[in-house]
Design a protein around this ligand. Structure first.
Ligand SMILES: Nc1ncnc2c1ncn2[C@@H]1O[C@H](COP(=O)(O)OP(=O)(O)OP(=O)(O)O)[C@@H](O)[C@H]1O
Length: 344
């Protein structure tokens, strides 16, 4: 694919987004604002107007766009191109019509739209998208920021992973398995990544496991610790009564329990024990594949017993207590880019 084919003209994007108007704003993330664009006789687009603090040069940026645009899979949001003009850096994506997964699973009303079959389809779709990034695409991409608000749903509620190339596009160390710049969101990041900056396909597997448990429970991994009892998620009886969203009562119980089990395998403390995404897909799609017993998960569930809510609390022990608590509370927007001064 040539650079020209991916290059969008600034004026046409300005027109499509109604001059980047407030009414066209879909939201603001860690990398800048996102606008909906309507193009005459063409498909709708989502335009990410990047903040101007990227250290990357124009040529490098274009090269990365070309690479990321080559990644095409039904469970990935497609990058259609870019615009580099007038001191602006824009990324142009296919528009995905049904908002992000967090709008559904954490909303008491919208959650009812997602029955078990749909949630299962979403889990498998995210898994396939991640597998493609890890193994099937020629570039071996580690997402590093997989979370419910980076999963967009299309009109048929098929999931599409968004933002998967951002670390590349922002020139954040790709090849090293260790980084001083942690890109990710507390609550979804594997312990080794938060504490030592170590990332790998297995840190993505961890984030996937958190997502699976959130999709089944309908509860955010709130990542803070209330005073009181911490419940060990390994007790499956406890899980069945506490974790499953009551709205899933018509779903197949064995299937739901199997998915919880797979989620738990993904969030194990031991990196080597976590399955690869290829194994996850096999386990999800074939009942004949036996599931190993999961060892110590890197987190605990806390049921604080207030009203009917039982927030999941996924944190992990460090020398100074549970990681992920205060940071997440003080940053309710789940800021994605975190400078980690404690690594290396
Ligand atoms: N391709 C798209 N189609 C439709 N909506 C989109 C698309 N890409 C992003 N959005 C929406 O735009 C908003 C901002 O997205 P963005 O990815 O920048 O931020 P975020 O995911 O909220 O945060 P972060 O930068 O921390 O990942 C979100 O509400 C998201 O759902």
């Amino acid at each position: 694919m040539s650079t020209e084919a991916l290059q969008f003209d600034f004026d046409s994007i300005r027109v499509a987004t109604n001059n980047f108007s407030e009414a066209n704003t879909l939201g603001r993330g860690g990398f800048g604002a996102v606008y909906k664009g309507r193009r005459w006789n063409k498909e709708d687009i989502a335009v990410k107007r990047l903040s101007k603090d990227s250290a990357q040069g124009d040529i490098e940026f274009k090269n990365e766009v070309i690479l990321v645009a080559k990644l095409q899979h039904r469970n990935l949001v497609r990058l259609l191109g870019f615009c580099l003009e007038r001191n602006e850096r824009l990324l142009v994506y296919e528009f995905v019509s049904n908002a992000s997964l967090d709008h559904f699973i954490f909303d008491p009303v919208k959650r009812t739209d997602l029955n078990w079959e749909t949630r299962y389809k979403i889990i498998v779709g995210i898994g396939r998208g991640l597998l493609y990034l890890h193994e099937d695409s020629r570039l071996r991409i580690i997402d590093r920021d997989l979370k419910a608000n980076n999963i967009l749903l299309d009109a048929e509620l098929n999931p599409k992973i968004a933002d998967f190339g951002m670390a590349r596009l922002f020139n954040i160390d790709q090849t090293q398995a260790e980084t001083s710049r942690v890109v990710g969101t507390y609550g979804y990041m594997a312990p080794e990544y938060v504490m030592r900056g170590h990332f790998s396909v297995k840190s993505d597997v961890y984030s996937f496991g958190v997502l699976v448990l959130e999709i089944i429970s309908g509860h955010k991994n709130s990542s803070f610790r209330h005073e009181g009892k911490l419940e060990d998620l390994l007790g499956y009886e406890g899980i069945s009564s506490n974790l499953i969203d009551p709205m899933l009562r018509t779903g197949s119980r064995p299937e739901i329990m199997r998915c919880i089990h797979i989620g738990l395998l993904c969030v194990q403390q031991s990196i080597a024990d976590r399955p690869t995404m290829a194994q996850v897909i096999q386990m999800l799609t074939s009942n004949s594949v036996d599931l190993p017993i999961s060892s110590q998960p890197a987190f605990f569930m806390y049921n604080h017993g207030i009203g009917s809510s039982s927030d999941m609390s996924l944190g992990f022990e460090s020398n100074s207590g549970i990681i992920g608590s205060d940071q997440s509370k003080s940053n309710s927007a789940h800021k994605s880019i975190l400078e980690n001064s404690t690594t290396r």
